[in-house]
Design a protein around this ligand. Structure first.
Ligand code: SAM
Length: 393
């Protein structure tokens, strides 16, 4: 009963304000699409490119106003996209958005994701972004999504971090106790939160942690609805997320922004950790390393991850060894004429080519000189296959 009430509350909230509130005409920068390309998690899992052939089937579960669905369509040309949400108003915006950008062959379903099995199909890539933490039981949602994940399919999902969002949860509790989340919060509730937070003593922890650093958002209704006034919001730790995955027979592949979860980078010199710490760290599992990270530092609002069906075989951890007949590939997001042009220009001018300026990615060493960058040139642009046969010399 309580679950139905929560579902109804969420439906009303997202019918009133489909999320995100982004103009229909907005497109994603090409250099941020690596995150939504099936190639990225598939390579993280298998250390090889996904097989080509049948079109990719993608589900955007809890698609909201379809801005991420658009990224999925842009990042995976030719894919068959299915969008699902429990808010009809959000689906209408998503439909308008995708049509506006020329993606007309998209299915839309007004359905709670817990019932996704009713679609009777499975998917190679499932995106469930900013949704699971809203469900009364995310384990039920994960199990439903696992049920429609193709055997080699990949699910990207996320949950709120209990540590990073602790102060927001306290604020939500305050405004729940004040009765602001009994109905669908709108302008009046926003005004009550604003005046309360404004009036609080500047030295109160709640104000310092949630209000002062967010001054630029104080007029934005969507921001209040997603933070102070969000119904059903919950936080999780890394071990809790891994337990949820195990309960749905899913296996963690990687954090989406994996380089930003490296516990060694929390030290002044990542290459010179205290010896005992370094020794003990070497024995830790991925779960433990990520948990250590969040215990020491918690900048990530989301525990945002890729996972797949629990495997009988251990996943590949290293790229294949460099040997004859190895095929090197350029990531599809880099295979653009403009990147090629800029690379040729850098080569012509004998300047270093900094790859990370062309792909918005939270890490990446600059390629140190133009000669090394030149190795990229034979990859992908000429014949569209994106492949180069080793040996390189
Ligand atoms: C914060 S929005 C995220 C939208 C989109 N995924 C994004 O990140 O841009 C959450 C969305 O999940 C939808 N939602 C919440 N619970 C759901 C459920 N049980 N089944 C399907 N959709 C749900 C809401 O209607 C809303 O559109």
């Amino acid at each position: 009963m309580e679950e139905l009430l929560l579902l109804d509350k969420l439906r009303r909230q997202y019918d009133q304000t489909p999320y995100p509130k982004v103009a229909i005409e907005s497109v994603h920068d090409r250099d941020s699409l690596w995150l939504h390309s099936f190639t990225t998690p598939y390579y993280r899992r298998h250390r090889r490119l996904p097989p080509s052939g049948a079109p990719l089937r993608i589900l955007d579960a809890g698609c909201g106003s379809g801005y991420t669905s658009l990224a999925l369509a842009q990042a995976n040309p030719g894919a068959q996209l299915v969008c699902l949400d429990l808010s009809a108003a959000s689906l209408a915006v998503a439909c308008e958005r995708l049509a506006f950008h020329g993606f007309t062959d998209v299915e839309f379903h007004d359905l709670p994701l817990e019932q996704v099995g009713e679609l009777g199909e499975d998917f190679d890539l499932i995106n469930c972004d900013e949704v699971l933490y809203l469900l009364p039981d995310p384990g039920v949602g994960l199990a439903a999504l696992a049920g429609v994940l193709a055997p080699d399919g990949i699910l990207r999902a996320n949950l709120h971090s209990a540590y990073a969002r602790a102060a927001v949860f306290r604020a939500q509790r305050v405004f729940q106790m004040m009765g602001l989340t009994n109905g669908t919060p709108g302008e009046a509730e926003m005004e009550l939160v604003r005046s309360t937070m404004d009036a609080l003593n500047n030295s109160t922890h709640l104000k310092i942690d949630t209000w002062v650093p967010t001054i630029h958002l104080h007029d934005d209704l969507e921001w209040y609805q997603l933070n102070y006034l969000l119904a059903g919001d919950k936080g999780y730790t890394v071990p809790e997320v891994f337990a949820l995955l195990a309960g749905a027979n899913l296996e963690f592949i990687s954090m989406v922004l994996w380089p930003t979860w490296d516990v060694r980078c929390l030290f002044r010199d990542p290459n010179r950790l205290p010896p005992l710490f370094a020794e003990r760290l070497a024995d830790k599992s991925p779960l433990e390393r990520l948990h250590l990270y969040e215990l020491i530092h918690s900048p990530h609002r989301l525990i945002d991850f890729w996972c797949t069906h629990a495997a009988q075989q251990p996943a590949a951890t290293q790229p294949p060894a460099l040997e004859h007949n190895l095929r090197l590939h350029l990531h599809p997001q880099l295979r653009t004429d403009s990147l090629r042009g800029r690379l040729e220009q850098a080569l012509g001018e004998g300047k270093p080519f900094e790859l990370q300026q062309h792909i918005r990615f939270p890490f990446g060493e600059p390629l140190p000189n133009a000669q090394m960058a030149g190795c990229l040139l034979p990859l992908g642009w000429a014949d569209g296959t994106g492949a180069l046969r080793a040996p390189l010399a």
